[in-house]
Design a protein around this ligand. Structure first.
Ligand code: FES
Length: 156
C-alpha cells in the first residue's frame, strides 16, 4: 500500500532533528560543567590521614565513621580489640552498611545484604566482600590506605 502523502511533515522532521541535537548539546555541556566544577566527585582517595585520638579508643565490637573521599569509611574494633579500617559501602549497589554489634555482622539495609565480621558476603545479593584497608600509626597520624598503596607523608 502506498500513501499519497507523508505521515511526517518536513517541518516535524526538522524540528525533531534540531530538538535532538539541542538536547544532546545541552546534556553534554552540563556534564562538562559539572566535571569541571566538581572534579573529585565520585572519586575515591588512595589514602586518608586521621587523628588517632578520635579512633584508637573506641569500644571493642564497635565502629566509628570517617570520610573516605565522598564515601563512608569505618574504623572497626573487633571484640578481640584489633583495629580494622574498611569502606562502609556495600559491594552490591553501594549503599552504606551498618554494623550490628549484637550479631557481629555488617548489614546493608538496601536489599538486606549481610557480611560477617571479616567483611565476607554471607547472605543476600552482595557479590563480593567489603573492601578492607590497611592502616598504620605514623607519629600523631593514623594513615588509612588501600591495600598495596605506598604512602609517604612529607616530612616537615
Ligand atoms: S546495595 Fe547492599 S544489598 Fe543491595
Amino acid at each position: 500500500m502506498k500513501l499519497d502523502y507523508s505521515l511526517v511533515t518536513r517541518r516535524t522532521f526538522l524540528n525533531t532533528l534540531f530538538g535532538g541535537w539541542l538536547g544532546t548539546f545541552l546534556a553534554g555541556s552540563l556534564y562538562a560543567f559539572f566535571r569541571f566544577a566538581f572534579p573529585t566527585l565520585g572519586k575515591e582517595p588512595d589514602f586518608v590521614v586521621l587523628n588517632p585520638d578520635d579512633f584508637l579508643n573506641i569500644p571493642a565490637n564497635s565502629t566509628k565513621p570517617f570520610a573516605w573521599g565522598g564515601k563512608l569509611g569505618l574504623i572497626y574494633k573487633k571484640q578481640d580489640n584489633t583495629l580494622h579500617a574498611l569502606k562502609g559501602v556495600c559491594s552490591h549497589m553501594e549503599c552504606n552498611v551498618v554494623y550490628k554489634p549484637e550479631e557481629k555482622k555488617f548489614y546493608c539495609p538496601c536489599h538486606k545484604g549481610w557480611f560477617d565480621e571479616n567483611g565476607k558476603n554471607i547472605e543476600g545479593p552482595p557479590p563480593k566482600p567489603l573492601e578492607f584497608f590497611d592502616h598504620r600509626l605514623e607519629g600523631d597520624k593514623l594513615l588509612v590506605y588501600r591495600k598495596g598503596v605506598q604512602v609517604e607523608l612529607p616530612t616537615a
